[in-house]
Design a protein around this ligand. Structure first.
Ligand code: NAP
Length: 254
């Protein structure tokens, strides 16, 4: 019988992993998405959309569907889902693998101010007027209402409907973003500060590299601390774990 795998998705890595596993007759793969964005991208495997209903809901789903392996390939800032995955794995005994890309680290020339959250990012902007590129999720924009002295360039995947920032330009775009495009965008709005999360990975890195080039400051939100889990950093390592869960050398952690 095919082994059942549930991939908690919402990331490029989840899509790539699902794509690599899709043709395998020995595996029965489902990808789960929260349903935050309106356009659902086909992953080539079975898909389900929407929350499970907390730890209990996820545990029930794993048991009811006879899942053999749970892969948490959510975004590094999707901490609630990752915590639920650890708890549900403990409750049900279903093996868990976390696929977490490494965080970015500062290079020579970077002007980073690292903060713990969005509120701290607002404070770090200070009192003087800045021209700020907000490369954050839609839900995180609200906090910047407290600092209306700045100009904001707000980029999100879906349209922000509640446009309460007065001095702002709103654009919609989905990564990956190329350095040339980021350079042109940031130059055309005379951006001097980027506010971003330390997501890691290539798709969002261009804004960080371009900020370095332009001498712009980056206010970088640190990752949430997640509970211990067996972890790999790449799709390749996740593939190796799927094939050899007991012996795979790539996975670190409990
Ligand atoms: P979150 O705060 O950790 O999750 C909140 C709740 O949303 C979870 O408790 C769960 O609801 C539901 N949920 C989250 N991911 C899910 C998934 N893959 N499948 C089914 N339900 C899911 O997550 P978030 O930060 O809102 O992110 C939501 C999704 O967007 C994730 O899949 C993530 O990979 C993706 N994403 C997030 C970010 C980010 O910056 N946070 C960036 C890019 C992509 P229940 O408790 O009801 O199960």
């Amino acid at each position: 019988m095919a082994r059942r795998i549930l991939i908690l998705g919402g990331t490029t890595e989840a899509r790539l992993l699902a794509g690599r596993l899709a043709s395998r007759a020995d595996l029965d793969v489902t990808v789960s998405l929260a349903g935050r964005t309106t356009a659902i991208i086909d992953h080539g495997v079975a898909m389900r959309v929407g929350g499970f209903g907390g730890i209990k809901g996820l545990s029930d789903w794993l048991e009811h569907e006879g899942v053999d392996l749970l892969v948490d390939a959510t975004h590094p800032f999707a901490d609630q889902m990752s915590r639920n995955a650890v708890a549900a794995s403990i409750q049900t005994g279903v093996r868990l693998l976390a696929l977490r890309r490494p965080a970015w680290t500062a290079e020579l020339g970077d002007r980073w101010t690292e903060v713990d959250g969005v509120r701290e990012a607002v404070v770090a902007l200070g009192g003087g007027r800045r021209r700020v590129f907000l490369a954050l999720g839609r839900q995180e924009i609200d906090a910047f209402a407290r600092a209306p002295q700045h100009f904001y360039l707000v980029r999100s995947i879906d349209r922000v409907t509640d446009r309460f920032l007065d001095d702002a330009v709103y654009i919609e775009a989905r990564g990956p973003f190329r350095a040339d495009d980021e350079r042109a965008l940031m130059a055309s709005h005379a951006i001097d500060t980027v506010v971003a999360r330390n997501s890691g990975g290539d798709a969002g890195y261009a804004k960080i590299a371009v900020a370095r080039e332009l001498g712009a400051e980056v206010i970088l939100i640190r990752r949430p601390v997640l509970p211990e889990a067996r972890t790999v950093e790449t799709v390749e390592e996740a593939m190796a774990f799927v094939d050899h869960p007991r012996t795979s050398a790539a996975a670190r952690g409990v």
